[in-house]
Write a protein that binds this ligand. Structure first.
Ligand SMILES: Nc1ncnc2c1ncn2[C@@H]1O[C@H](COP(=O)(O)OP(=O)(O)OP(=O)(O)O)[C@@H](O)[C@H]1O
Ligand SMILES: [Mg+2]
Length: 317
C-alpha cells in the first residue's frame, strides 16, 4: 500500500461547550501534506472550533488530533512550533505599524532580530504592503489588514498554515489577491493549508479537497470536481406547484437522473444533459399535473452539493 503523509489527522473529534452546545460531533479529517483543504460550511457549523482545536487553542471534549505528526493535546508546543494561524476576526493592534506587528510576532515566537527583519522584508513584498509598512495599522483598509495578518501567520515559516475565513468581507479584487498568495504558499513553498470559508467559489477555486461541515459534522468530502459530479452534468431548477412528491418520485426513477430534491419551493434535478432531458421532465410534470412556472438549466456548484446533502440552501452563496 502506498503511504500518504497526512499533515493533519483527526479521529472522532467532538467539542461540547455546554449542555446545549455540541459544536463538533465526530469530525474525522485527513489532510495530505502539501495540499489545500477547505472546510466549507454555514455560520455556526463548527469551522472555527475545529481550527481552535488543531491550533491548540481549545481542547477537544473527546477524540484525537495530530498536526505535523504531534498530538495537539499531549504535545502542544511541538504543534505550535510548526504552524501558523490567521484568525477570522482581525486581531491586529491598530496603534502599531505593519512592520512592528510582524517584528513583535516574530520576536514572540523566538526569532532573532536579524531573522525577523529578513523575513519581514520578504513577507511585506509577498503581500504587497512594502509602501504601507511604516504606517499605523489603524489607517489600513480591510484588505490590507487581511494581507498583514497573512504575513504575520507566515513569520515563523510554518509547515502548516491555518486560515480561518481568509477573505471574509473583502472585495473581489482583494480576494483574488489573497487567493494567489494562498496558491503560492502551497506551490512554491510546499506548505499544507487548512482554510475555512463560507464562500463556495473560494473552496472551488483553491481547494484540493473540500469538506462540507454542517452541525459539527463533515457531511461530504472530496475534490470540488468529485463533489459537483455527484450531481450530474447539469442541474435543472424548477419552480412550480402541484403534487411535488409524486412528480419527484417519477423523476427520481428516471435512469438519467442523478438525484432530485425539493427544497424551498424549488426542485433541483441533477441530470446527464440538461438540454436533452428537459423535454422529458416537462412531460412527466404534465402527466402528474405538476404545474411548472419557471425552469433554468445550470452547471452544478458546491452550493447545489450543500443543498443535496443537507436539504437546506446555503445562505451565503
Ligand atoms: N467559546 C464558545 N462558547 C460557547 N459556544 C461556542 C463557543 N464558540 C463557539 N460556540 C458555538 O459552537 C458552535 C460552532 O461555532 P464555530 O464558531 O465553530 O462555528 P463556525 O463554523 O466557525 O461559524 P462562523 O461561520 O459563524 O464563523 C456554534 O453554535 C457557536 O455558537
Ligand atoms: Mg468561524
Amino acid at each position: 500500500m502506498e503511504e500518504t503523509k497526512n499533515a493533519i489527522l483527526t479521529q472522532g473529534l467532538t467539542k461540547r461547550y455546554s449542555d446545549e452546545v455540541l459544536a463538533l460531533s465526530g469530525v474525522d479529517l485527513a489532510v495530505a501534506a502539501n495540499s489545500i483543504y477547505a472546510l466549507l460550511g454555514p455560520n455556526g457549523a463548527g469551522k472555527t472550533t475545529t481550527i481552535s482545536i488543531l491550533t491548540t487553542l481549545a481542547k477537544p471534549t473527546t477524540g484525537t488530533a495530530q498536526v505535523a505528526g504531534f498530538d495537539v493535546v499531549k504535545q502542544p508546543a511541538e504543534v505550535r512550533r510548526r504552524i501558523g494561524v490567521t484568525f477570522q476576526e482581525t486581531v491586529l493592534d491598530v496603534d502599531l505599524t505593519g512592520r512592528q506587528v510582524l517584528l513583535y510576532h516574530g520576536r514572540l515566537y523566538g526569532l532573532s532580530k536579524a531573522a525577523c527583519h529578513q523575513k519581514m522584508d520578504e513577507l511585506l513584498a509577498l503581500v504587497e504592503l512594502e509602501s504601507a509598512a511604516d504606517r499605523r495599522v489603524g489607517t489600513y483598509s480591510g484588505g490590507m489588514k487581511r494581507r498583514l495578518e497573512l504575513a504575520r501567520g507566515l513569520m515563523t515559516e510554518p509547515e502548516i498554515l491555518f486560515l480561518d475565513e481568509p477573505t471574509l468581507g473583502l472585495d473581489p479584487q482583494n480576494r483574488a489577491g489573497i487567493w494567489n498568495y494562498i496558491r503560492d504558499l502551497k506551490e512554491q513553498r510546499g506548505m499544507t493549508l487548512l482554510m475555512t470559508t463560507h464562500y463556495m467559489d473560494e473552496a472551488e477555486e483553491l481547494a484540493d479537497c473540500v469538506g462540507i461541515i454542517d452541525n459539527g459534522r463533515i457531511v461530504t468530502e472530496g475534490t470540488p470536481q468529485q463533489l459537483v459530479e455527484q450531481l450530474g452534468a447539469d442541474v435543472l431548477r424548477i419552480h412550480g406547484h402541484g403534487p411535488e412528491a409524486e412528480f419527484l418520485a417519477r423523476i427520481n426513477a428516471l435512469p438519467f437522473v442523478e438525484n432530485a430534491v425539493h427544497t424551498n419551493g424549488q426542485l433541483q434535478i441533477g441530470v446527464d444533459s440538461g438540454n436533452k432531458r428537459l423535454v422529458e421532465v416537462v412531460q412527466i410534470a404534465g402527466e402528474t399535473s405538476f404545474v411548472i412556472e419557471d425552469v433554468s438549466i445550470t452547471k452544478p456548484s458546491l452550493g447545489d452539493v450543500f443543498l443535496q446533502v443537507t436539504g437546506r440552501q446555503f445562505r451565503d452563496e
